[in-house]
Write a protein that binds this ligand. Structure first.
Ligand code: DX5
Ligand code: ZN
Length: 219
């Protein structure tokens, strides 16, 4: 089943638990947690403390997206009973295999993400080991940017590689997903759609979540 992971980067942090309750009521599958360090990307968001403030306030699993340098140094901080995935960037990992094994050794699913200009071929020797590949459809750093269309081609190629090599990682897309392009995104082969501004910057967050889910599940 196709899944929705709303990104709390676009939530109202002064009432984060309330915003999260709305996506949960709308049927969201994950909370996408965008962590930015001001080095790997030109913006600082929040860290594990903010994510952990939701403990006991939601049953949704966390889909953690680390846009940070030296992720190995901080992985433990993001492991909680709610943590489903921790995703690191290929571009930020000198020893990607080691980092992926480190995540898995903590009982969490491991993802790897590619920036828009990074080739799928950089994952040739790691696809066997990952639980998820996150294709960036914007240059990471900010919510509310425009979808980069070449990401669709990348998703199609990745889905084909998965089929041909009989692998079973999930494919996630992140950036610029809206109600009017989400069906095209899912049709290309995406399993998990991240949406930030298109969910949280709307007047009725719960209703928008429901609309996203009904669109992605009717493809
Ligand atoms: C971008 C983040 C995204 C972002 C998506 O660096 O990784 O998750 O919040 O936001 P929208 O859906 O607004 O493009
Ligand atoms: Zn993200």
């Amino acid at each position: 089943m196709k899944k929705l992971a709303p990104s709390i980067l676009s939530a109202d942090f002064s009432k984060l638990a309330e915003d999260v309750a709305k996506i949960e009521a709308g049927g969201a599958d994950y909370i996408h947690v965008d962590v930015m360090d001001g080095h790997f990307v030109p913006n600082i968001s929040f860290g594990a403390v903010v994510m952990k403030s939701l403990e006991g306030k939601t049953n949704l699993p966390y889909d953690v997206h680390l846009m940070i340098e030296n992720p190995d140094q901080y992985l433990e901080d993001f492991v909680t009973p709610n943590t489903a995935f921790i995703t690191v960037h290929q571009e930020a990992c000198t020893h990607l295999n080691r980092t992926i094994q480190h995540i898995k050794s903590m009982g969490v699913k491991a993802g790897v993400s590619l920036n828009p200009a990074t080739s799928l071929s950089t994952l040739d020797y790691i696809l066997d080991d990952v639980d998820m590949v996150l294709i960036m459809s914007v240059n990471p750093g900010f919510g509310g940017q425009k979808f980069i269309p070449s990401a669709l081609e990348k998703i199609k190629e990745l889905a084909e590689i998965r089929r041909a090599e009989e692998l079973d990682f999930e494919i996630e897309i992140d950036g610029g997903a809206k109600l009017d392009n989400v069906q095209e995104i899912v049709s290309a082969g995406t399993d998990i759609v991240v949406a930030g501004s298109a969910v949280f910057k709307t007047p009725d967050i719960e209703e928008t979540t429901k609309q996203f889910i009904s669109k992605i599940r009717s493809v």
